[in-house]
Each structure stands twice: as C-alpha cells, then as structure tokens.
Design a protein around this ligand. Structure first.
Ligand code: NI
Length: 182
C-alpha cells in the first residue's frame, strides 16, 4: 500500500468526468487500498479516485465515528466502504444543511444543502452490486464524493460571493503554510 498525492483545487484533474470502472482486477484492489491509506493519513472521511489523479468512478468513505456515540473522545471505529460506479436512484425532496470540507480544498469549510435521504446503487471492488437507502452523514458524504466523479467540488454549490471568500481564505492559508515551511 502507498499514500498517493491528493490533487487540490484549481488543478484541472479535479474537473475531469470520471469513467465507469469495467475491470475488477488486482490493480483496482491496490488502488482501493492506497486510497483508504491516503484518506486515513490525510485525515479525511471520503476520497474519490480522481482526487488522487485516477479519473474512474470509484470512491471510498469511512466516517470513523466514535465507538460511543455519547462520547466524541472515545476511539473511532474503522468501517471502510468502497463505492464503484455509484448511482443515485432516488433522493428525498428534503434538503438539509451540512458543513462540508474537502481534501482538495484543504482546511476550508462551508454549509451545503443536499437531500437528506437517497437510494443508491453501487458495486464493490469484486464487482458485486448493492442497492440501499442511505441517510445522515453517509448520505451527505456519498453525494459529495459522487460530485467529484462529475468534476464538481462542494464550493461549486456556494453562491459566487461565498465561493470567492472560501478561495481567498484558501489562498491565505496556503501562503501561511509556505511561510511556516520557509
Ligand atoms: Ni471532496
């Protein structure tokens, strides 16, 4: 396994439309393992293949929720999920806000509205098909990651004013990181 480089906005890689996965082979399994390692190291709760420079319809999610829901300090439980060729078959009409972030827009967060429930179909790394109704943070995260497969970032859902503000803050953050490194 290896940690891969995460592409960041405004890299044009992130604007590519990812292609369907047709071959479920060892190479795919290696990519899945690398993506999980990269996501845990970042750390993040979701990562699409295009974010590591492989524009195929594959994403991984692990919400890494605390063992004890009452105690946010309790150890997190690992629950890696792999979604290949995911599709949204249905979504509720009820949009809810969630403050999202993205490893390709580092250290920036903004509220995005998305349907609170979706019915999704996807495959795993062996090619097995699943269909399930999903809600809560997993639904938010899956929709965010699926946007990546279509070249969309969470900041694209914001008003122009808000997006410009986030990008300005990102530029400032990058400058500070550079100064720290110097
Ligand atoms: Ni993202």
């Amino acid at each position: 396994m290896a940690i891969r480089r995460i592409y960041e906005t405004p890299d044009p890689m992130l604007r590519q439309i990812s292609k369907p996965v047709e071959t479920f082979d060892d190479e795919l399994e290696t990519l899945v393992a690398d993506m999980l390692e990269t996501m845990y190291a970042a750390p993040g709760i979701g990562l699409a293949a295009v974010q590591v420079g492989v524009p195929i319809r594959l994403l991984v999610i692990d919400l890494q929720e605390p063992e004890d829901p009452e105690d946010p300090e309790s150890p997190t439980v690992k629950d890696p999920k792999v979604f290949i060729n995911p599709e949204i078959l249905w979504h509720s009409e009820n949009d809810v806000p969630y403050t999202e972030g993205c490893l390709s827009v580092p250290e920036q967060y903004a509220e995005v509205m998305r349907p609170d429930r979706i019915r999704a179909r996807w495959q795993d790394e062996k090619g097995k098909t699943y269909e399930e109704e999903i809600e809560g943070l997993l639904a938010v995260c899956l929709q965010h990651e699926m946007d990546h497969l279509n070249g969309v970032l969470f900041i694209d859902h914001l008003s122009r004013l808000k997006r410009d503000m986030v990008l300005k803050k990102l530029a400032k953050w990058r400058k500070e990181q550079q100064q720290k490194a110097a």
